[in-house]
Design a protein around this ligand. Sequence first.
Ligand SMILES: Cc1cc2nc3c(=O)[nH]c(=O)nc-3n(C[C@H](O)[C@H](O)[C@H](O)COP(=O)(O)OP(=O)(O)OC[C@H]3O[C@@H](n4cnc5c(N)ncnc54)[C@H](O)[C@@H]3O)c2cc1C
Length: 551
Amino acid sequence: MDRAVTADVPVLIVGGSLVGLSAALFLRMHGIDVLAVERHAGTAIHSRAGHFHLRTTEILRSAGLEDAVRHKSEEQYPPDGGINNVESLAGKEIANYFPNLNAGVDEFSPTVRLFVNQDALEPILRGRAEELGARLRYRAECVSLEQDADGVTAVIRDLDSGKRSSVRARYLIAADGNRSPARERLGIGMHGHGLLSNSITIYFRSEADLGPLLQDRNQGVHYVTNPLLRGFFRLDRSGNAGFLVVNLVGDISRPKIVAAYPSAPWANVAEGISQERALELLRAAIGVPGIPVVIEDIATWRAVADVADTFTAGRVFLAGDAAHVVPPNGGYGGNTGIQDAHNLAWKLALVLEGLAGPGLLDSYDAERRPVGELTVEQAFTRYVTRVAPYLGTENAQPMVDDFSMEIGYRYNSPAIVLEPGDHPLHEHPRTSKGRPGSRAPHVFLDSGGMRISTLDLFGGGFVLLAGPDGRAWHDAALAAADRLGVALDPHVVGAPGLADPDNRFTGAYGISPSGAVIVRPDGFVGWRSANATDAPAQILGDALKSLLYRE
Ligand SMILES: Cc1cc2nc3c(=O)[nH]c(=O)nc-3n(C[C@H](O)[C@H](O)[C@H](O)COP(=O)(O)OP(=O)(O)OC[C@H]3O[C@@H](n4cnc5c(N)ncnc54)[C@H](O)[C@@H]3O)c2cc1C
């Protein structure tokens, strides 16, 4: 076997699609050298993910990508798209889930939800990751991995030359998709609702502008429910292109038919799918007989609702679809994966730099797996209620509202200094009020004449935000950070240079004017003191040590 010299890298990422690229970008933002290997020749060729949630766009904002992504989004979709359910594009509306994707968003976030196709987003992530120094190798497949006490050795095969080389890494992120060969190799199982349907996506173009068929409904995602099929459209801004997902065929509203087929042929759309059949389904979903449409491609895929039994095995971390697979309803797959990578990147960085104890890495599974489980359940609930009511809601969780899902999930791990009381897994952002374990709230501030969000202060090291009477916390933070050798950026909100023009900060963070919070590099509140205390330096030192798993 021809095997080239071993390359060393702190973090190797297997998979260079949405989540692998995000992980590479976030690690580089923390200054960590990273190599990602991807067996395809480049970024995604199909759109798949398109609906991006608030937390994701906040993260993209902190990576300096908000403008680029919003610009791309507005090329492809109207900025305030909607999500509804229709008999066909030209037919009656059955339900309206989001008349306007961004209604009510400005109360909670400085940014917006948006639609942008995965094949347009990935080059933006790739460009930024490479600009920051990430190494990405395409047509390179990880064919084996072994780990020992000090690191992971992966064998990479160059798919053009056939040559193999080994890479030695301290840690490996498996962002290798829903069939995750790495997860298989590690023997990590999955649990959940399993396979829901063998679905298809029909990518199409039309000479006719389909937009006017929507009448006064906002363009975006359109579920289709009729006696021939159930699925959803994503129609782009031009009205001339988009895709139709078909999850189920036939009239599943007739219970006798459903009961007669225990193997659910209505959920096996992909088997034997032909151009003619796809065209028939597409026309039925558009609802205009004979409409001129051209099918560009048909992708087959499995709608599954499962989560991995663990997200960590030694030095290997599962992220994205490798860790949780969801049906697309609610648009959770890619969003959750990007947020996995964001949770993991700063932890790896601090451990690799020797500033945090290795135990911090255990909090990845402790924090992200419960969120993964919640997400799988909520995507399943949306699949059942929007597409497959024949499955019944007995095994489905009640629907959790979208703001709670996007920016209200909470972490309960030793990487948070938890306060006494209940620690629900999710909470509406209006009620969490800066409780440790929740995403730090957005408040507009005035920084030397510039309007910024509190969120714009996060993303590097730890950040201390103190109320207007909390100067003592500020000074103590500098001393504590210096003693521990970690980056902690202190701010007194309401002091000269950082005004709180709407006087919202202390209320939003649940502190008095003399209180303070520590926000972790991922924008989650790690510690909070509602009021001033006698020994702030000691208290902050202890809090930081706890957050960092330091003795
Ligand atoms: C129709 C549809 C609509 C969707 N809509 C949304 C949506 O609106 N919002 C949303 O957030 N999500 C959506 N999703 C889900 C989203 O597309 C996925 O969750 C997302 O692509 C997962 O990204 P990933 O990087 O984890 O995995 P993938 O995108 O599957 O990427 C894994 C990569 O790993 C590579 N790989 C695998 N094994 C190896 C190996 N051994 N060596 C090297 N490379 C390897 C693969 O080539 C692949 O490129 C949708 C999915 C579908 C099917």
